[in-house]
Design a protein around this ligand. Structure first.
Ligand SMILES: *[C@@H]1O[C@H](CO)[C@@H](O)[C@H](O)[C@H]1NC(C)=O
Ligand SMILES: *[C@@H]1O[C@H](CO)[C@@H](O)[C@H](O)[C@H]1NC(C)=O
Length: 249
């Protein structure tokens, strides 16, 4: 093998496997209370993501930027598709608490996240009926989850081998969003008829539970996929042996 080929191989190997940075804590799964360690370690890692960590495939989580998202129509209160663009989510690193529970048998990780608040700013485009009222328009807007929203993320994972190293990948992700209060804000509804727009937004805010529960599965699906993609970026790069101690024992 010439030295160029060797160098290329080393480079590929290097690019395909990275270690966690020293600022991330590593837990030993042989400890009885490893979930306590994981809760602390994952909370600590998330809190550091106010900047991207490109080597580990991790984006800036606060603000988290998403180019676009479509939320399908509901069956009741929300009879239209919601089109969001230029989405910026703030607050995802400002955890009030995080409980992690890794079940080594089925390789299932449950993260129970609580936040003071999480806000999603966007450009929207909608046309349809909400709570039986016609609604249409496009412009800037936001949805704010207030009063300690709780998000429960469940990742099912499988192990695979790459260049003789063991990695994990998310095979299924589900999210349960449990908001305590939601505030909608939509500017420029009805092509700028502010009085009518403010009225309809007021009705949405007064009935936020009904509005949200109708489209909740669609939000949960969209966000579980986003979080699974972020987690998978990390899992694709960091071998299990560098994530935890004691995995194979
Ligand atoms: C998204 O942001 C860009 C840049 O600010 C803007 O040009 C574009 O119109 C926005 N998209 C929508 C759908 O508003
Ligand atoms: C993912 O998990 C959910 C909840 O347990 C389950 O309903 C769904 O069928 C699973 N999907 C896949 C593709 O395994």
């Amino acid at each position: 093998m010439n030295s160029f080929a060797l160098f290329s191989l080393l480079l590929i190997h290097f690019c395909n496997s990275v270690k966690l940075p020293p600022s991330f804590e590593k837990c030993d799964l042989r400890d009885n209370n490893y979930n306590q360690c994981l809760s602390k370690a994952i909370k600590n890692a998330i809190q550091q993501l106010t900047i991207p960590m490109e080597a580990m495939g991790l984006p800036d989580l606060d603000p988290l930027e998403i180019p676009s998202m479509v939320i399908g129509a509901g069956n009741g209160a929300v009879q239209f598709q919601q089109n969001y663009f230029n989405i910026t989510i703030t607050g995802l690193t400002k955890l009030a608490s995080l409980d992690a529970n890794l079940d080594l048998g089925p390789k299932r990780l449950i993260l129970d996240l609580r936040y003071p608040q999480v806000q999603m700013d966007f450009d929207y485009e909608i046309s349809g009926k909400i709570l039986l009222l016609p609604i249409y328009g496009k412009g800037p807007g936001s949805i704010t989850f207030l009063g300690n929203p709780r998000f429960i993320l469940t990742f099912e994972m499988a192990e695979f081998e790459k260049r003789k190293k063991k990695f994990m990948t998310v095979t299924n992700a589900t999210l349960s969003m449990e908001p305590q209060l939601i505030q909608f804000h939509l500017e420029n509804l009805f092509n700028g008829d502010k009085a009518l727009g403010d009225n309809v937004v007021q009705v949405m805010n007064d009935n936020w539970r009904e509005v949200f529960s109708d489209v909740r599965p669609s939000y949960e699906e969209a966000f579980s996929q986003i979080f699974a993609a972020i987690f998978n970026n990390l899992l694709r790069k960091v071998p299990i042996v560098d994530l935890f101690d004691g995995w194979d024992l």
